[in-house]
Design a protein around this ligand. Structure first.
Ligand SMILES: *Cc1c(COP(=O)(O)O)cnc(C)c1O
Length: 432
């Protein structure tokens, strides 16, 4: 066996990939390089990347500015514990996050992954209630069709059906779910859309601590874009019922939806905000949970007087330095016009899919394009079919979607959308 086949054989039989099996796993493709908007496979093929490594590689791969930021910090030190010590990369990243996020989110917890940022947000909501002597208010309200991560607290607020965690329902805390918003982004707002949530608050309000949701764009739970007025209405209802609003912008942050943060579409400031994914430009794992003064100072001003969380790799300096460089890079360009360009090209390229057999819906928002199918697509067929066509697209269930790096060219978008049309056509033919 050659060296390469040895590691690949070992990977195939011993290494779990996301949501994967170790028994007869579907093929995975060995990457040996990544540059700009391209992934290079071991056999020399180059793929146009439609996934930005799950929303994260917003500037593309192997970016000289991000490389330099990480290298410079590496020369100083890679990591020190954050308990009792501090460093400039963490403090300056926090300052930047406070500056660019919706007003009032002035207190920053640096977490080590998106799921942990959600755990931290939930824990903040619980400690806030405990600090106020309201420790019976432990439940959360959330939307169906949501996805908030894979850890236990986060799983409990994922959609019970599409959120991939139905198996664990018996051991998870039971929260309150309301139907996902029906009125689409860009459609005419209908106040009736908020009625189910308002009714649930009337029924359960006393037991609730917070509402947690993905603002405007629901990601992995359904790739659904809803009306910003819904979010504005949720904010008003939270205020009326004395509930905290937790916005999970782990997928939507940093321009993806066409606004810097999806909350900006509704000019809404949550009480707690979760960021992740695009935070470091896809270089390494880092997330953040921001809180306003009410949340932070209530927690810290009452028993036990501290916030009870502190991961080993909290505030990792390499990740913080990279995140700051990534945000500076974003802010130094006309990202707004660029994301609008991508939205236009995706909409144009995916439009022909509307007429195809087996297609239920086509929608685009910002740098996100979605083709929703009537039946789930067979991943074992779809992934290699996309690779054959020179693109990297990884569908999920009935959803074929792309959220490319922002540096993608119009020609590359056309190649992506063309491949989606071809693969969706083949999927439909397989069912006739
Ligand atoms: C991906 C995601 C998470 C979880 O982040 P991880 O880094 O995978 O733990 C949470 N919420 C949303 C909205 C996400 O898209």
């Amino acid at each position: 066996m050659s060296g390469a086949s040895t590691w690949q054989a070992f990977d195939r039989s011993h290494v779990w990939h996301p949501y994967s099996t170790l028994v007869d796993p579907p093929p995975v493709f060995p990457v040996v390089g990544a540059e700009g908007c391209r992934l290079r496979l071991e056999d020399g093929r180059e793929l146009i990347d439609g996934m930005a490594s799950w929303w994260s590689a917003i500037h593309g791969y192997n970016h000289p500015v991000l490389n330099a930021a990480v290298s410079a910090q590496l020369e100083r030190f890679a990591h020190v514990m954050f308990g009792g010590l501090t460093h400039e990369p963490a403090a300056e990243l926090a300052r930047t996050l406070v500056e660019i996020t919706p007003a009032g989110l002035d207190y920053v917890f640096l977490a080590d992954s998106g799921s942990v940022a959600v755990e931290v947000a939930i824990k903040m909501a619980l400690q806030y209630r405990a600090a106020r002597g309201e420790s019976t208010r432990t439940r959360l309200l959330t939307l169906r069709g949501g996805y908030h991560g894979d850890t236990f607290g986060a799983m409990a607020v994922c959609d019970p059906v599409t959120g991939m965690h139905g198996l664990f329902s018996g051991v998870l805390p039971e929260h309150v779910f309301v139907p996902r918003p029906e009125v689409r982004f860009g459609a005419t707002w209908d106040p009736a859309d908020i009625a189910p949530l308002a009714a649930a608050l009337d029924q359960h309000g006393e037991s609730l601590s917070a509402i947690i949701l993905e603002p405007v764009v629901q990601g992995a739970g359904g790739m659904w874009f809803y009306h910003p007025e819904y979010l504005a209405a949720v904010r008003r209802l939270c205020d009326a019922h004395g509930l905290l609003l937790i916005a999970d912008e782990i997928a939507t942050g940093f321009g993806r939806s066409g606004a810097l943060f999806a909350c900006d579409h509704a000019d809404v400031a949550p009480d707690i905000l979760c960021l992740g994914k695009g935070l470091t430009g896809g270089y390494m794992t880092l997330a953040a949970t921001l809180a306003n003064a009410d949340v932070a100072l209530t927690i810290c001003g009452n028993e036990p007087g501290v916030f009870m969380h502190g991961p080993t790799f909290m505030g990792n300096p390499l990740a913080c330095a990279c995140a700051r460089a990534s945000i500076d890079l974003l802010r130094a360009q006309d990202w707004h016009a660029n994301v609008a360009r991508i939205e236009h090209a995706l909409a144009e390229g995916l439009a022909p899919c509307r007429g195809l057999d087996g297609v239920a819906d086509v929608r685009t928002l910002g740098a996100i394009g979605v083709v929703e199918l009537e039946r789930p697509i067979d991943m074992r067929v779809a992934a290699p079919a996309f690779v054959e066509r020179g693109v990297w697209v990884r569908p999920f269930g009935r959803l074929v979607y792309v959220m490319p790096p922002y540096i993608i060219s119009d020609e590359e978008i056309a190649a992506l959308t063309g491949a989606i049309g071809a693969v969706v056509t083949r999927h439909a033919e397989a069912h006739t």
